[in-house]
Design a protein around this ligand. Structure first.
Ligand SMILES: Cc1ncc(COP(=O)(O)O)c(C=O)c1O
Length: 201
């Protein structure tokens, strides 16, 4: 279940948008910094240009919010470091983009986050790897470079049975071909360059 191409193209036309960055008055500024009202405070946390992009990315995927980061690898790192800490583990499909594989096999274990892997079609094996320290189940919609297509619904049903969220890397499919939230995913990320310059043609 993907997204209408015309709508997707319209969402990608955001170059001319220049929303204002202002405080209405000093009280408004104070309230923003106290987090009493939502708005733009500091560019690393939120800024109008990123917000427009984030809102549109969320709409493309059918999500409730988004966070734009400098790279796909930082998106995966942010997502997992937000929900897992030393002593926790992630269960992942083993057919992954090389950078993600290295992050999971080498970097996260050095930080005390164990990543357990099973093949994308070994649902029994995946379920056996989940325990009370599992903080997420991870997959790519279409594996890069293997091209395997993951049954996200079945994966999500297993993960949710154990109260665990599913993180999906939707880089290769893009929301044009598939919107993983429609199949039960909880967090979706992608390397936007794919959508803008590659799959878009
Ligand atoms: C499936 C997939 N996920 C993540 C990434 C990482 O994206 P970035 O190079 O922006 O860190 C890539 C890059 O090729 C990718 O193909």
């Amino acid at each position: 279940m993907g997204m209408n191409l015309r709508r997707l193209q319209n969402l990608l036309r955001f170059q001319s948008i220049k929303p204002p960055v202002t405080f209405d008055d000093t009280q408004h500024g104070a309230d923003l910094f106290d987090l009493k009202v939502a708005g733009n405070i500091y560019t690393r946390i939120m800024n109008p240009t990123s917000s427009v992009l984030e809102q549109r990315l969320a709409e493309m995927e059918g999500g409730i919010g988004a966070l734009a980061l400098a790279s796909g690898m930082s998106a995966i790192t942010y997502a997992i470091q937000t929900i897992a800490e030393t002593g926790d583990n992630i269960v992942s499909i083993s057919q992954l983009y090389g950078g993600t594989y290295n992050l999971f096999k080498h970097t996260f274990p050095r930080q005390g986050i164990d990543v357990r892997m099973a093949s994308y079609d070994d649902f029994e094996g995946i379920e056996k790897l989940i325990d009370d320290k599992t903080r997420a189940v991870f997959c790519e919609t279409i594996g890069n470079p293997a091209g395997n297509v993951v049954d996200i619904k079945r994966l999500a049903d297993i993960a949710h049975k154990h109260g665990v969220p599913v993180i999906v890397d939707n880089t290769v499919a893009t929301p044009y071909l598939c919107r993983p939230f429609d199949f039960g995913a909880d967090i979706v990320h992608w390397w936007a360059w794919h959508l803008y310059w590659w799959h878009h043609y």
